[in-house]
Design a protein around this ligand. Structure first.
Ligand SMILES: *[C@@H]1O[C@H](CO)[C@@H](O)[C@H](O)[C@H]1NC(C)=O
Ligand SMILES: *[C@@H]1O[C@H](CO)[C@@H](O)[C@H](O)[C@H]1NC(C)=O
Ligand SMILES: *[C@@H]1O[C@H](CO)[C@@H](O)[C@H](O)[C@H]1NC(C)=O
Ligand SMILES: *[C@@H]1O[C@H](CO)[C@@H](O)[C@H](O)[C@H]1NC(C)=O
Ligand SMILES: *[C@@H]1O[C@H](CO)[C@@H](O)[C@H](O)[C@H]1NC(C)=O
Ligand SMILES: *[C@@H]1O[C@H](CO)[C@@H](O)[C@H](O)[C@H]1NC(C)=O
Ligand SMILES: *[C@@H]1O[C@H](CO)[C@@H](O)[C@H](O)[C@H]1NC(C)=O
Length: 206
C-alpha cells in the first residue's frame, strides 16, 4: 500500500489547484433526512453579502422570512484531465452557481466558510477560486467531501480515500443574515449549534 499514498496525495493536490472547466448539466439540490419536515426540501441560493450566496432551504429560508423561493439551479465543474481517486465516490470538482446581474453573469464556486469558534461551517458561493472547496457527487448523486487522512486514530491512518457526508440543515447567523441553511460540520463530533438536523444532499438533474 505504500505506493498508494503519494498517488492519492498527488491526485488530491492536483485537484486543489485544478481548474475545473468541464461542466455538468444543471441540477437541483434536494435534502434527504429522517426528519420528515425537512426531507425533500430543495436548496436555493440566498444573499449573504456582495456577490456572496448561501444555500438556503427553499421552503423555510428563515423564521422571519417564511415564504418559499424557487429551487436553485446548480452545476458541477470537474476536469476530465484530473484523476478520480475512487469512481464510486465521485470525481473531484466544484459545486457552481451562476450569479446573474442585469449586465453580467458570474460562475461562482462553493467554498466552506469556517469560523474558528464553531464546528459548523457554511458552504458559500464566492467570486473567484481562492476559497473554493473540492466536492464530489457519488454514484447515488450524494454530495460528499473526500479525504485520505484519518486523524481520529494514533498514528493517523493515511491513504484510505474516504467520502464524508457531514451535511446538516441549521439556523445560522452570518454577517447580519439569519437563515435556515445547508451547513457542514467540521470533524466527527455533533454540531454545537442546537438547531442542526442531519441531512444528505442529492442532486437531481433538471
Ligand atoms: C465552470 O465551467 C464553465 C464552463 O467551462 C466556466 O464558464 C465557468 O467559469 C466555470 N466556473 C468556475 C467557478 O470555475
Ligand atoms: C473538458 O474540457 C476540455 C477543455 O476545455 C475539453 O477539451 C474537453 O473536450 C472537455 N471534455 C468533456 C467531456 O466535455
Ligand atoms: C425522504 O424522501 C425520499 C424521497 O422522496 C423517500 O424515498 C424517503 O423514504 C423519505 N424518508 C423519510 C424518512 O420519510
Ligand atoms: C424536524 O425539522 C423541523 C424543521 O426544522 C423541526 O422544527 C423539528 O423539531 C425537527 N424534528 C425533529 C424530531 O428533530
Ligand atoms: C471506493 O470506495 C468504496 C466506498 O468506500 C469502497 O467500497 C471501494 O472499495 C473503493 N474502491 C476502490 C477502487 O478503492
Ligand atoms: C446570463 O445568462 C442568462 C441565462 O443563461 C442569459 O439569458 C443572459 O443573456 C446572460 N447575460 C449575460 C450578460 O451574459
Ligand atoms: C476505509 O474507510 C472506509 C470508510 O470509512 C472504511 O469502511 C474502511 O474500513 C477503511 N479501510 C481501511 C483499510 O482502513
Amino acid at each position: 500500500m505504500k505506493f498508494a499514498i503519494p498517488t492519492l496525495a498527488l491526485a488530491l493536490a492536483a485537484s486543489t489547484n485544478a481548474q475545473f472547466y468541464n461542466q455538468s448539466a444543471p441540477f437541483h439540490l434536494i435534502l434527504l433526512s429522517s426528519n420528515t419536515t425537512i426531507n425533500g426540501s430543495t436548496l436555493s441560493a440566498c444573499h449573504e453579502g456582495a456577490a456572496i450566496e448561501g444555500l438556503c432551504l427553499s421552503n423555510s429560508i428563515s423564521i422571519s422570512q417564511p415564504e418559499s423561493i424557487a429551487p436553485g439551479t446548480f452545476t458541477f465543474n470537474y476536469s476530465d484531465s484530473v484523476v478520480t481517486p475512487n469512481v464510486t465516490l465521485g470525481s473531484p470538482g466544484y459545486l457552481t452557481y451562476l450569479l446573474q446581474g442585469s449586465n453580467f453573469n458570474f460562475s461562482e464556486p462553493m467554498g466552506l466558510y469556517v469560523n474558528p469558534t464553531t464546528n459548523v461551517a457554511l458552504p458559500l458561493f464566492y467570486p473567484g477560486d481562492n476559497l473554493a472547496t473540492v466536492v464530489s457527487f457519488d454514484e447515488s448523486n450524494l454530495m460528499n467531501i473526500q479525504g485520505y487522512i484519518d486523524d481520529t486514530k494514533s498514528p493517523a491512518a493515511v491513504g484510505n480515500i474516504t467520502a464524508y457526508y457531514r451535511w446538516y440543515s441549521c439556523t445560522t447567523y452570518y454577517t447580519g443574515y439569519t437563515y435556515v441553511m445547508l451547513s457542514w460540520v467540521l470533524g466527527a463530533r455533533e454540531p454545537q449549534n442546537p438547531t442542526c438536523i442531519k441531512v444528505n444532499v442529492k442532486r437531481v438533474f433538471t
